[in-house]
Design a protein around this ligand. Structure first.
Ligand code: FES
Ligand code: FES
Length: 166
């Protein structure tokens, strides 16, 4: 249980960070040791980002930081200061239409329980932004850090391929 001294030390170490979240600049005062996943889910109520292992091994908590994938469960929230973060909530357009990758996942049955899907879609986005026409091997490599217990990956790979062809 935190002591009064711990609480006071944490308060004193709080820092205000400014970053771009899904296209909007936001400021937030955060405690040290907060992870990016805790900031997104617990403080900002963006619960599309999922927590699986909590140890940087399953990829369900994947978000994009300056366009690159990071495991938000082990990424210090303080380090997003001055950067750009995209979560799954940021992929729809202004009218709420799903991103082509999301549509392809639905159309090709790449979503079963859906727990891995936000991280998987963002991994696919990161891949296609860098390499718009990946081979199947490159797709497998691009999503290698994201685990799916349901689909066997075949439909996911097909969906990413289909999105790359649009
Ligand atoms: S929850 Fe972050 S990698 Fe598993
Ligand atoms: S769809 Fe269930 S874990 Fe991937």
């Amino acid at each position: 249980m935190p002591t009064l001294q711990n609480v006071e030390e944490n308060e004193a170490m709080k820092k205000t960070i400014t970053f771009n979240l899904n296209g909007e600049s936001i400021q937030f005062e955060i405690e040290p040791h907060l992870t990016l996943l805790q900031l997104l889910r617990d403080k900002l109520e963006l619960t599309g980002t999922k927590e699986g292992c909590g140890m940087g091994e399953c990829g369900t908590c994947t978000v994009l930081l300056d366009g690159k994938m990071v495991n938000s469960c082990i990424f210090p929230a303080m380090e997003v200061d001055g950067k750009s973060v995209i979560t799954i909530e940021g992929l729809t357009d202004a009218q709420g239409n799903l991103h082509p990758i999301q549509k392809a996942f639905i159309e090709l049955g790449a979503v079963q329980c859906g727990f891995c899907t936000p991280g998987m879609v963002l991994a696919a986005k990161s891949l296609l932004d860098e390499n718009p026409k990946p081979t199947e091997e490159e797709i497998r490599h691009g999503i290698a850090g994201n685990l799916c217990r349901c689909t066997g990956y075949i439909q996911i790979i097909q969906a990413i391929k289909a999105a790359s062809e649009q």
